[in-house]
Write a protein that binds this ligand. Structure first.
Ligand code: PGA
Length: 255
């Protein structure tokens, strides 16, 4: 059985000080309430150590994730962060291929694939994002588009433990817009992702990989997504920036 996952993507929000406060609030709100749900928080890089320290000191039921990584071990890559650096500050997850990184920073499927390989080699769980634009959706090509992304992003990956590779389906038109996909829209694409994973990795591995939905997920719509067969959780942006709304989503997933 796949464990549900609720992951918070703070994006470029929260200073170090604000991040520490949010982590403390989350630790208090979530204590004893996460059930069998994997909770992950992904703050900006400069907040990682501070948030990680709160998690450790409060034995908070959540794990630390980064929002980006570079695939080299070290060296002259100004502004980048290596996998070992993430591990060293307590990260066990890392988002890759988010549509904002693809759109604003030119991240390609080839980059996403290299990042996934580097993370897996360092025992960090990738949360690998995919999703179509409104234009692609309106042309009715969304399934085809996402399946193609998945094939490229997973090429040559060796997954020994399927619980340690996560996919997030985030239709770009639903991110930060308040416009959610319906639960049926999410299932249509997540089901196609699962079928592609069967093709790439075989039945057993595909059955163990978590697929999250992302895009204006909130406390009042999360339950509908989680009812769907191939939706195993959510990657949450806006609603992860307040302890009460993020905790409400975790609690709903734990029910
Ligand atoms: P949103 O962002 O929940 O604010 O739509 C989701 C994401 O981009 O991960």
């Amino acid at each position: 059985m796949r464990k549900r996952m609720i992951a918070g993507n703070w994006k470029m929000n929260k200073t170090y000080t604000e991040g520490v406060v949010l982590a403390q609030e989350l630790a208090d709100e979530l204590a004893g309430k996460t059930g069998d749900v994997d909770v992950v928080v992904c703050p900006p890089a400069v907040d990682l150590k501070g948030v990680g320290t709160v998690i450790e000191q409060k034995s908070a039921p959540m794990a630390l994730g980064a929002q980006n990584v570079y695939w080299e071990e070290s060296g002259a890559y100004t502004g980048e962060t290596a996998p070992d650096m993430l591990t060293n500050v307590g990260c066990s997850y890392c988002i890759i291929g988010h549509s904002e990184r693809r759109d604003y920073f030119g991240e390609t499927d080839e980059d996403v694939n290299k990042k996934a390989k580097a993370l897996l080699a360092h025992d960090i769980v990738p949360i690998s994002c995919c999703g179509e634009s409104l234009e692609v959706r309106e042309a009715g090509k969304h399934v085809e588009f996402v399946v193609d992304q998945i094939r490229k992003d997973t090429e040559g990956l060796e997954i020994s433990d399927p619980s340690r590779y996560v996919i997030a389906y985030e239709p770009i038109w639903a991110i930060g817009t308040g416009k959610t996909a319906t639960a049926d829209d999410a299932q249509e694409v997540c089901g196609a992702i699962r079928a592609t994973l069967v093709d790439v990795f075989g039945e057993e591995t595909a059955a163990g990989i978590r697929i999250l939905y992302g895009g204006s997920a909130k406390p009042d719509n999360i339950a509908g997504f989680l009812e769907k067969e191939d939706v195993d959780g959510a990657l949450v942006g806006g609603a992860s920036l307040k302890a009460d709304s993020f905790a409400a989503m975790v609690i709903s997933a734990a029910e």
